[in-house]
Structures are given as C-alpha cells and as structure tokens.
Design a protein. Structure first.
Lengths: 400, 282, 289
C-alpha cells in the first residue's frame, strides 16, 4: 500500500483508541518507515504506547514545513534550537487565516505541512474539517510553564472536553487602534472616533472577515459567537460605515502598515501592536497602538499539528521549545505581543512587558476577551459563512 | 530597409508610451537602492543593502531555484510537445486541424484565474498533492498556446517544396524533420522556448492556486507584500528584469548569428521576424 | 510527385492533445460540474442544484463588481489599443534606425515582474508618490492629489501598463504586410492623412486590433491582483470574489458558479465582436504582399 494510505490507517486507528479512552499513540513508527523508504523527512522518534514516566521532548531533525503568518515561524528565537538539531524550516506564509484550512483541504492527504497555527476561535471549525491532530502531552514537558489561564480547559480553545490537546498557545495580543503619530496627534479614545469626517478616506482596514466581525460585534456589545441575526445587522452596519471610511481593504496587515507608512492612510481599524514593529523595520517609528475605552478582542495563536504531517516529532519539539521562557519572551519581543509562559515575563524588556498587565490578566481579558468564532451552523446566530459572505458584500459596496 | 517617413504625432505617442512604460520600472530600480526601507519619497540616499539582503537570503535563493526548475521544465516540455504538435498540425490535411488548433489556442482565452482554480479543484478532488509538479503542469497549460502559435507560424512559412523533395529522394519523415525542417526553424523555436521560460518564471495568477509548500519567486514576492514591503522586492525585480533582458538579448544574438552563418537566407535584423511575422523585403 | 500526408502527422499532436484534455478540458468540466453542486465548507456535496447561479445573480454586491469589472476591462482595452496603434504605426513606418532599440525597450518592459510593476504604481500615484511630488516641486499643486490611487483609475492605468507592450507587438505584426510604398502611392494619389488611415491602415489592423482588444478586456476584467493592491474601495472587481470563494469563504460551488457566470459574460462579448467583424466584413480584409 502507499505511504499515504498507511498514514490514514494509522490515524483512524489512533482516533478509535483515543475515543475508547486509551492512550494516544504517536505516529512515531511512521517516520522510521519513511526512512526505510528513503525519504529525507526523518522525524526519528519512538512509539511510546503508555503514558508513563516524565514528559520529554522528542528528538528533532530534518525539514519542517510551516504554514501560517509571517513571523510566526519565529526564525530568530528558534535559531539555537534549529542549529542544535540540524532542522531546516520551509515556510509558507498566509495573508488570511482561511488560507490555512484551504491549503490543508485542497492539498490532499499529505499536503506536506508539519506545523500550523490557529487563532483560538477557529478550533471548532478546524475540528469539524478534521484537520487537527491530537498532541501527545508526553512530548511537551514545557506545558507546565504556561500561565494557569492558558493551561486550562477554559474556553476549550486548546484542549477538548475529553482531554485531548489540539493546540499549544504561545503568543497572544489584543487588537487596538494603530495610528501614525506624524499625522494623528492624539490617540482616539473610542473606536467610533474613526467614523469622524477627518478620517474619511484615511482608515486602513485589514482583510480579516472574522476579526472584523468580532471587533464590530464587541464594540456593539455582542459576543461574536453568539450574535443573533437581528443584532448582526447592527454589527454589519458599523462595518459598512467603517469600510466607507477606508482607502480600501488591505489584503494583509503588512499592506495596511505600508499604506500608513506611505502616507495614504493615517489610522487602522483592527490594528495590531506588531504593526508598530513592521513600520519600524521600514524606517518609520512613529506608530502607536492602544486599546480604546470599549476594549476590543484578543487573539491567541497556538501551534498545532495538521492532519497528514510527517515530521511529527520535530513539530512537537518546536512547540515545546516555544514554551521555553527565554524563547517565549523573545517571540513576544519580535511580534510585539504577549507571553503565555509565566516565567517569560521576567525575561521581557520593559516596553514589551508593559504592553499587557500580566498580574491582572483576568481583568484585561474581560475587557478584551478571547472569543470563539461565529458558529459553523446555526438558525439563531450569525454563522461563519454568513460573516464571510456579508463581508464580501461590504467590500464590494464600500466605494458605492 | 524602407526609408522612414516623418510622423511627428505617432513619434510623440511613441515617446510618451516609452516614458509611460519605463517610468514605474525605473522607479522600482531607484528605490532598490534606497538607504531606508521606505518605498515612497522623500528619497533619503543610496545604498546597496537590499541587494546584499537578497543575495544572502536563503529563502529567496530557494524560491529562485524553484522558479528556475519550474520555468526550465516548462520551457523544455513545451518545446518538445509544442514543436511536435505544430509540425504535426501544419503537415496534415486532416479536417481535425481546425478543432485541434482551437484546442491549442483555448488556454489563452481564459484568464489565469479560471485555469488556476479549475486545476486546484481537480487536484484536490483526486487528492493529488500540490507541489512544484502541479505548478509546472499549470504553467504548461498556460504557456502552450503562446509557443504553439509562434511555432505554427514559423513552420507554415517554410517552403514545402524542400521537404517534399527530400521525401521524394527517399528520406524518412523523421530525417526530413531533422535535416530539412529543424535547421530552418530552430532559432524561432528557441526564441519561443525562451518566451515560455520568461512567462513561466514570472507567472503568479495561476501559481497562486496550485502551489504547495515550495515557493516560487513571484509567490515569495506576494507573501512579502503581506508584511510591510521593503525594497528587497525592488532589488529582486530589478535583478530579474536584467536577467530576462539578458536572456533575450543572448537568444536574439544567437539567432542572428546562426542565420548569418547559413548562406542564402537574407533575414532582416528585425526581432519581429523571429515571431514569424511576414518577412520584410528590403 | 505530390505526396499528401494524411492523418499520419497528426499523431504527433497526440501528447499535447492528451495533456490539454487531462489538465485543461477535464478540470474545466469538473469545475463546471462543481457549479451545480452544493457548496459546503471547502468541499462540495452531492445534491445538484442551480442555487449557486441564483445566488450569483441575486447578490447585490455582484452587480457592483460586475459593473466595475466591465468598466475597467473596457477602459483598459480601449486605451491599450488607442495608445498602441500610433506606436505600432511609428515602428512600422517612421522608426528607421531606431526600430530595433525601441522594439527592444518595449519587449523588455513586458518582461518586468507582474506583481512588482503593479506595486510600483503606488510609488507613482500615492500621496507621496512620484507624480504628486513632481507636481508639488514644480509648484503646480499645493496639496497632494488624492484621486490618483486606490480607485478604478489606478487599476486601469496599471492594467494598461501591463498589456500595452503586447498590444503594440500584435498591431505591429498586423501592419507587417502593408508596405510603406503602398502608403506613398496612396499619398501620391491624393489621399490625405485621415483618408490613408481610414481606408488603408485601419481596415488592415482591425482584425488584430479587435483580437488584442478582446484579450486585454478579458484578462483585465478577470484580474484579481490589481484591484486588491490598487483598487481601494471603488475598484473592487469580480475576479477577487472567485479567489475569495476558494481561499476565504470556502464555498467552492458558489465560486465555480461565479466563475462560469463571468465566463458566460466573456463568451458573449467574444460572440458579439465576432459577429460585428463578420457583419462589417472586416474579418475578410487581406493584403496581398
């Protein structure tokens, strides 16, 4: 039989055993078979069958195929890990979160990606699409470093009700208003300030339908995963108004940043602190991001194992490494974001540590919560598909 | 060479056209030498840092390599299949010629969007993983009509008497092709293959849909647009443009040289003759 | 001895035919079938339906986008041809020694990267771009012109920039059979410049001009990159929706229906133009060399 079919058999066997409450098998035997077939993607690894003994990170080697946002492959923080283990990373960057599931579904089994990330709200969708593999906690000893919130089952973002782990949260942040101080003298205190006439034609908006919906829902006082159809109209209405204020929807955060550094936009709806760094890299250090009085939503990205990954052990080792306090801190500096590891806070330089009040994490997350995505199917609430389609319409009508 | 007629209006259009075409490209080159990361004025100063970055980037090198592999494969396969197809078609009197010609021409009429998505859908349906192979296949479909049109035009222009004479003298069809046809048209075919190479190297619209984990240079550029763009893109583009221009000049010189060597053919130095347009009689 | 080669040589086309059938025709057919299935989260399900087409037609946004695509496509095609024609004429008849160089420059610009040249227009048209800076430094304007970028104008300009070299070459090839001596003869016989154009030059380039026009129109109207980078809010076009349906919303059936609806639109244009050519007998203009 072909290797792909073999992997599929292993996966369905593993899933069956999981549901029967037994231990999680690894596909450790797989890479060994691969090596026998002469493949160069060698993940080594053992086939441990019992949850016994202390957790230990698996050996890493070979090539890892990464699929996610640029920067999330944290090349510099991982540099020593890569050198020590002789790992090369082949990265494919996305401009839009939805590209992840599209590439995984369309690529067929063995699409070739070994590690992806997902925004916490996307978990239910990804589970329905069956593209996430459970993670063997025995191979992720650094999980113990996580803040209690991120280690918990709260929100079900990273751990299933039955205990299977699907994600390793390693970076997070809150959305805010991003301004270019060269032209915007003072930071607006409310999201609705962006509707003012002096911002007409100067608002940058990244093309992120779910993010846009979540933000607008939050500003209107709703939970985006539980917005009734009627309330949804108010949410879309605010988005229409905001789109009309823009210079055009940018295909990416980078593009929104470029519009601002070039002077074609002054302020960003659904901004991100990392944009400050993007702009600084381009020689413009006048960006500032802040969360206005209504709060906003927070995003947490977790590493995950896509279905069909072949270099599983190296991917797990990567995930484990990202929870090392030093690496976690370095990643936060590079991405101008938050750390998920308690001990990493001490490693942060002041300006990054000051971004989020780690000792008041709970109240911060109340103001800017981690939301779930709109549901895949629902008669009562606005669905994921509806959000996508209405967003396209808003984009089309924005200039009309 | 005909005497030039004076035509100030069309001359003005030509000048304006050239400025229009080259101004943005020169701007790209200018900013590739920018000392800061900005792509808009004011222009702060000159620096070669972006070229240094391009040459030292593993990612760019890998993407360029992949583009090279795909473009070369595309050009070679198109050369073989396209020449065979054009030769077969032009040397046949079958009624199937017209529909087949249409088939070969069809991909040009469809925007890349359709070709890309249709292939994506098909590959995913049969669970054929996306990779450089799928990209090459897509490029072949896209590039084929261009090559075919040029090859067909060149083959049609040939004097059939030469081939018929050779055949009458007992040469097999293969020998006729090898020793009579090919020596006459190979420059055009090589030129068309170079065109195929260039088209494939820069292809983005279709590649976007069928690409797997290995990136090509245009895809790398697109994904750089995701982040704040910096002048390394300009550096890549300037290098690419220089490279392709050089490729074309070399091909053209090669062609002209080979034509001059063969006595009895007074081809004008008009590059357009390479594409099979009517010869210009002096 | 006359030797008519029969189906024999046609066999040589087999590999190319096979390749195109498998990788071009079949995918398009599959794609067409998709448009009649039911879309579901990055895949399609069995029940056959025309709902997708209904949705395409009923979605208000699509009307705006179709209009934008049509307008941009037409403008790009019209301007490409209008600008290319005098250039082709100059190259053919007035270029003299400069022909080789100018042709080279035109072809060379054709070779520049598609993505980068689109992006280059931002540096030209933006608030801090070359044009605004130039006009400001000449004292012609006080504040930067806002209407140059992030709209249909920018998209059209970039598309013309992309396709102009191609159209120039096509028209130049079209003029090839028309010897300068014929134009001189016409002039000697008393035909003024306008008449020479109308009765000699234009009928000859009509067919290649029309095919170039169609080419530019279709490819411009379906472009999905230029509108995203330069279109702003008013320059959004239909091609983007197809891309989004496959990469974003995941409704493959709808995306397929949209793509085929676009295709139907293009075929209609082809048919109309072909009919127009036939009616005006312009497709029969030949020139004896």
């Amino acid at each position: 039989m072909g290797y792909e079919e073999w992997v599929r058999q292993q996966e369905s066997r593993r899933r069956f055993l999981q549901r029967a409450g037994l231990v999680t098998l690894t596909v450790g035997a797989g890479p060994t078979l691969l090596a026998a077939c002469g493949d160069d993607d060698d993940g080594g690894g053992s086939a441990s069958t019992v949850a016994e003994g202390p957790a230990k990170a698996p050996p890493a080697s070979g090539r890892v195929d990464f699929l996610s946002w640029e920067g999330y492959d944290i090349p510099d923080p991982l540099k020593s890990w890569k050198q020590k283990n002789n790992v090369t990373v082949k990265a494919t960057y996305i401009g839009n979160h939805d590209e992840i599931q599209t590439k995984l579904k369309a690529g067929g089994a063995g699409a070739g990606y070994d590690i992806i990330t997902y925004y916490q709200g996307y978990k239910p969708l990804y589970q329905e699409l069956d593209i996430l593999e459970p993670l063997d906690e025995q191979k992720l000893p650094n999980l113990k470093n996580l803040f209690p919130y991120f280690a918990s089952k709260e929100g079900n973002f990273w751990i299933d009700p039955d205990g299977a782990r699907t994600g390793v949260p390693w970076t997070w942040g809150s959305i805010g208003i991003t301004i270019d101080k060269r032209r915007v003298k003072s930071m607006p205190t409310s999201w609705l300030d962006l509707l003012e006439p002096h911002f007409t034609g100067k608002v940058a908006i990244p093309d992120d339908p779910v993010g846009q919906f979540s933000l607008s829902a939050h500003v209107n006082g709703f939970d985006p995963s539980k917005t009734t159809k009627a309330d949804g109209e108010k949410v879309f209405d605010l988005l229409s108004k905001m789109a009309a204020q823009s210079t055009g929807i940018s295909p990416s955060f980078g593009d929104a940043t470029t519009k601002m550094t070039a002077g074609d936009a002054d302020i960003c709806w659904q901004g991100w602190a990392a944009m400050n760094q993007f702009a600084a890299d381009a020689g413009v250090d006048t960006f500032e991001t802040a969360v206005p009085k209504e709060g906003s939503f927070s995003f947490c990205d977790a590493y995950a194992l896509p279905a069909g990954a072949d270099n599983v052990d190296t991917a797990l080792s990567w995930m484990n490494e990202s929870l090392d306090p030093k690496v976690n801190a370095e990643a936060a500096v590079v991405l101008v974001g938050g750390v998920t590891v308690a001990d990493a806070v001490a490693e942060l330089p002041k300006n990054i540590a000051g971004l989020y009040s780690y000792d008041e994490l709970d109240s911060l997350l109340e103001r800017s919560p981690f939301y779930n995505n709109p549901p895949v199917e629902s008669d009562e609430f606005v669905t994921f598909e509806e959000v996508q389609k209405r967003w396209q319409e808003i984009k089309a009508e924005a200039g009309a | 060479m005909s005497a030039a007629r004076r035509s100030p209006i069309t001359g003005a259009f030509t000048v304006a056209g050239l400025i229009f075409l080259w101004a943005p490209l020169l701007l790209v080159f200018l900013f590739s030498l920018h000392s800061t990361g900005s792509l808009t004025f004011p222009f702060e100063g000159f620096s070669t840092r972006w070229y240094d970055e391009v040459f030292s980037s593993e990612e760019i090198r890998s993407a360029a390599e992949n583009s090279l592999i795909v473009a070369t494969s595309t050009a070679l396969v198109t050369l073989v299949l396209g020449t065979l197809a054009a030769y077969g078609l032009t040397r046949s009197t079958s009624r199937l010629r017209a529909p087949l010609s249409l088939l070969f021409f069809l991909p040009v009429t469809l925007p890349g969007l359709f070709i890309g998505v249709a292939l994506l859908v098909s590959f995913s349906r049969v669970q054929f993983s996306l990779s450089l192979l799928t990209v090459t296949i897509a490029h072949l479909v896209y590039v084929f009509p261009f090559f075919f049109l040029v090859a067909r035009a060149a083959l049609e222009r040939l004097d059939p008497a030469l081939e018929e004479t050779a055949a009458d003298l007992g040469a097999s069809r293969a020998t006729v092709f090898r020793r009579v046809t090919l020596p006459q048209v190979w420059p055009v075919l090589v030129g068309a293959a170079c065109l195929s190479f260039a088209l494939s190297f820069d292809e983005f619209v279709i590649t976007f849909f069928v690409i797997g984990p290995d990136s090509t240079l245009p895809m790398y550029i697109w994904s750089s647009l995701r982040r704040t763009i910096d002048p390394s893109i300009n550096a890549i583009s300037s290098l690419l443009l220089a490279f392709t221009m050089l490729l074309f000049v070399v091909t053209w010189l090669l062609t002209v040289w080979s034509e001059r060597r063969r006595r009895g053919r007074g081809l004008a130095e008009d590059p357009l003759v390479l594409t099979g347009a009517r010869e210009e009689t002096a | 001895m006359q030797r008519t080669l029969r189906v024999g040589p046609l066999v040589l086309t087999a590999p190319a035919v096979a390749g195109l059938l498998v990788f071009f025709i079949a995918p398009l057919v599959a794609f067409g079938v998709y448009s009649f299935l039911t879309g579901s989260l990055y895949d399609v399900k069995a029940p056959l339906t025309v709902d997708n087409y209904k949705e395409v037609v009923e979605t208000d946004g699509n009307r705006t986008l179709a209009r934008n695509s049509l307008v941009v496509g037409l403008l790009a095609a019209v301007f490409s041809v209008l600008i290319a024609l005098p250039i082709a004429y100059w190259l053919r008849y007035a270029a003299g020694r400069w022909r080789g160089l100018v042709l080279f420059l035109i072809v060379a610009s054709f070779l520049a990267s598609y993505l980068v040249r689109i992006f280059a227009w931002r540096s030209m048209l933006g608030r801090n771009g070359a044009i605004n800076r130039g006009l400001e430094s000449l004292g012609l304007i006080d504040n930067p012109l806002d209407f140059l970028l992030y709209n249909r104008f920018a998209v059209t300009v970039a598309l013309v920039h992309i396709f102009l070299p191609y159209v120039v070459l096509v028209l130049y090839a079209g003029l090839a059979p028309l010897q300068p001596s014929y134009l001189e003869t016409a002039e000697d016989l008393g035909a003024g410049r306008l008449q020479r154009w109308r009765r000699v030059v234009l009928p000859l380039v009509a067919a290649p001009a029309v095919s170039a026009f169609l080419f530019v129109f279709v490819l411009s109207a379906a472009d999905y990159v230029t509108p995203q980078l330069l279109g702003g809010t008013s320059g959004v076009m239909l091609g983007v929706q197809v891309q989004v349906a496959f990469i974003g919303t995941g409704d493959f059936a709808y995306g397929a229906a949209l793509a085929f609806a676009m295709l139907a639109g293009f075929l209609l244009c082809y048919a109309l133009i072909a009919l127009g050519l036939r009616l005006t007998k312009l497709d029969q203009v030949r020139f004896a060399a």
